[in-house]
Design a binder for this molecule. Structure first.
Ligand SMILES: [Cu+2]
Length: 441
């Protein structure tokens, strides 16, 4: 579809054919980082027992600058502005700001409060963790408590215990936790933007309060933080041999394998761009590739920066992504869960972790100077992005377009309201100039 033009509206209708914890967000430039985002929970059967669902717990970095100003910095050729630091770290939209950090006289209210959760000892709670941030990896934990991870993205897994859950932007994990203290206790829930290559944060720790059933409402915890994992520089997700899907699925021999290299380049004008296989992605708001494919137009000689890889009618595609760059990238695939066959620093050694039943999810951390190898079956014809979910990296071009079974895409009966978004957008852009300074997505 085209962007929803100012002063017009669009109603999304979709069939919920998976269940679990997710989120929605705008995909227009880095707009979602300014707040056009929210949690989605699709209820379904549970493979684990718990007493209560505490609901979504949204973890995010937060920037005080307007998003477009940040994108202007990221897309500038000023090396200082190309590095943008978040100002705060939020849990469900809250975290008191350290007012001593204000240097320009902006009013700062020291009277802000934390998100709070009420629990009863001995009961088991489900927490639906979602990293909806712009850039920072989040390391989530609860002082003095273990967490049991039961799903990653939309995929139920065999439960395993940990003290800290790592979430790159776009990732979700459902975890169980059982309060083990006294009824009057209050403990900190924390999420930390942690790791040299995983975040740039001025206030890296976000906190929320867990009140036990008899704790006064105004209790402030005095509990000690769980020790965070040592920063090994990878911003990696938990080892793939720990994250085993509960409902097994074995990938077939792939019918094709693609190698994709992620690079960061500084072009002739000093602008920093990310490339995938040599080209930074750049979208055309007025010409959505899906609608063009629907019109049997699937070669784009004049728009090489749409970075289209036509996967044709392959049955199962394996993609080996090599990161020739010092940043980690939470890589997100639209339209599929991917089998994550292998990840790590250095090049792929050709082995597969749990080949009978590899981890599946839709977002996986790609380590600095490392790889992820994933595979999926082409069972969902369409046009799907594979992109880094760090908003600033995506602005700088870190995306490709994976076209799946185009001959079927042109048979789709796409609802009229999709093309209507383009009629409205074309009308809007015929009278207004859209300042597209980034990839557009
Ligand atoms: Cu990235």
């Amino acid at each position: 579809m085209c962007p929803i033009a100012p002063l017009s509206s669009f109603t999304y209708r979709f069939r919920a054919d998976v269940y679990g914890t997710s989120w929605y967000h705008a995909h227009y430039s880095a707009q979602y980082s300014a707040g056009i985002t929210g949690a989605i929970v699709i209820y379904g059967p549970s493979h684990v027992q718990y007493d209560e669902d505490l609901g979504p717990i949204i973890l995010q970095d937060w920037f005080h600058k307007e998003y477009f100003t940040i994108v202007e910095g990221i897309m500038s050729n000023d090396t200082e502005l190309q590095e943008q630091f978040s100002d705060n770290t939020l849990i469900n939209g809250r975290m008191p700001y350290n007012c001593s950090l204000v240097t320009d006289g902006t009013p700062c209210d020291t009277n802000r409060t934390y998100s709070k959760f009420r629990v009863t000892p001995g009961k088991t709670y489900k927490l639906r963790l979602i990293n909806t941030g712009a850039a920072g990896f989040q390391y989530f934990n609860i002082d003095g408590h273990n967490l049991t991870v039961v799903s990653n993205d939309f995929v139920a897994i065999h439960p395993y215990n940990t003290t800290t859950v790592t979430l790159g932007v776009g990732q979700r994990s459902e975890v169980l936790f059982t309060p083990i203290g006294k009824p009057t206790d209050a403990v900190w829930m924390r999420t930390t933007q942690h790791g040299l290559f995983c975040a740039r944060a001025l206030q890296p720790e976000g906190k929320a309060i867990i009140l036990y059933n008899e704790a006064p409402t105004d209790s402030i915890p005095v509990t000690e933080a769980v020790t965070l994992p040592v920063d090994d520089g990878t911003c990696g997700n938990d080892p793939l041999n720990l994250t085993v899907p509960y409902y097994p699925s074995t990938p077939p021999e792939p019918s094709v394998t693609y190698n994709i290299t992620v690079n960061q380049v500084i072009n002739a004008t000093g602008h920093k761009l990310f490339t995938m296989n040599g080209s930074p992605f750049h979208s055309n708001y007025n010409n959505p590739i899906l609608l063009l494919a629907n019109e049997k137009n699937y070669s784009y000689p004049y728009d090489p920066q749409w970075n289209v890889i036509n996967l044709g009618t392959n049955s199962s595609v394996r993609i080996n992504v090599w990161n020739n760059n010092t940043s980690a990238h939470p890589m997100h695939l639209h339209g599929h869960d991917m089998w994550v066959l292998h990840d790590g620093v250095g090049e792929w050694d050709g082995t597969i972790i749990n080949p009978e039943n590899p981890q599946r999810r839709d977002t996986q951390s790609l380590p600095p100077h490392g790889h992820i190898v994933f595979q999926y079956n082409l069972d969902n014809p369409g046009v799907w992005l594979l992109h880094c979910h760090i908003a600033w990296h995506l602005s700088s071009g870190l995306s490709v377009t994976l076209m799946e079974r185009p001959e079927e895409v042109n048979q789709f009966e796409i609802p009229f309201i999709m093309a209507q978004t383009c009629v409205e957008w074309d009308f809007y852009t015929s009278r207004n100039t859209v300042d597209q300074i980034d990839s557009g997505v």
